[in-house]
Design a protein around this ligand. Structure first.
Ligand code: SAM
Length: 285
């Protein structure tokens, strides 16, 4: 079958199935073959790989993945896309399409059952409304990952690389620094999609660290503290942590921990580096 990665073929298939784009699912389909080639090369997909694709859409990227990988597991939430995918992916016998919400799927189980627990590759043009929960979920749940190569908003790609003192610094920046090494594979202008998004995009590859750059006694607690800090980023860390329903520390405990690690009792979480969050976590254990 002819590739979908051009505007004419995309329009043709969409019209054939009377498909309506759903904004709530972040549907912006790629229509540029050069970008697709860069993504596959950037992810380093080979015939040994089991690839998870999040949101195959009409199957544009899936076709490229099917040709490059051993097996592709594509998870799509929109059931209206299933008949389209059945047609566009019919030439490939190494693709499985699942109609599910990626945030509800047990991906450790998928990796265990489909790839004997060996590291998988994740390649996706992500739905932008859930970029952060998808990426943080994959890392925090310790899904065995080789790398994650994803299209995100340019601004989000930038946010992954910043530190304290910028408004973009947040939980995602810290999760990425802790778990992975980021590399920008390509910058992608909005005219490479149909319909065009309002923002420019970037493909970022996150390669999992074999060992995180800091040691911490309780990783889950550290990320609860980080989330609490940035959910209320204008509050002092003491207030943000004690207001957070997920955590059960008194003001005195947090103040004492801050003192132990040499931080001011009025510091905001947004001023802390990753190693300071790690030390604070250990002081609270
Ligand atoms: N991969 C296609 C491409 O590059 O042309 C489509 C990418 S489009 C930006 C995002 C896709 O993710 C859409 O097909 C959308 O329906 C799907 N999607 C949105 N939310 C999802 C979710 N929670 N779980 C799985 N798929 C989702």
């Amino acid at each position: 079958m002819e590739k979908l990665s051009n505007p004419q073929k995309t329009i043709e298939i969409i019209q054939k199935y009377h498909f309506n784009f759903q904004k709530k699912f972040g549907q912006n389909f790629l229509i540029d073959s050069h970008v697709l080639e860069k993504i596959i090369a950037g992810a380093g997909v080979t015939k040994d790989d089991f690839v998870l694709e999040i949101g195959p859409g009409i199957g544009t990227m899936t076709q490229y993945l099917a040709e490059a990988a051993r097996e592709v597991y594509a998870v799509e939430i929109d059931k209206n896309l299933l008949p389209i995918l059945a047609e566009t992916l019919s030439p490939y016998d190494n693709v499985t399409v699942i109609n599910e919400d990626i945030l509800k799927l047990d991906l450790n189980k998928v990796a265990e059952e489909k790839n004997q627990g060996r590291p998988i590759k994740v390649v996706a043009n992500l739905p932008y409304y859930i970029t952060t929960p998808i990426i943080m979920g994959l890392f925090e749940n310790h899904v065995p990952l080789d790398n994650l190569t994803v299209m995100v908003q340019k601004e989000v790609a930038d946010r992954m690389k910043v530190g304290p003192g910028t408004k973009d610094y947040g939980a995602l920046s810290l999760a990425v620094q802790y778990y992975a090494k980021p590399y920008i594979v390509a910058n992608v202008p909005c005219n490479c999609f149909m319909p065009r998004p309002n923002v420019d995009s970037a493909v970022i590859r996150l390669t999992r660290h074999e060992k995180p750059p800091v040691e911490v006694g309780d990783e889950q607690l550290m990320f609860k503290l980080i989330r609490a800090a940035f959910n209320q980023r204008r509050k002092t860390l003491v207030n943000a942590v004690t207001n957070c329903g997920e955590l059960d520390f008194s003001k005195e405990q947090v103040q004492k921990a801050l003192e132990t690690v040499g931080l001011s009792p009025t510091v905001r979480g947004e001023a802390l580096y990753l190693d300071q969050f790690a030390k604070l976590t250990d002081a609270l254990l």
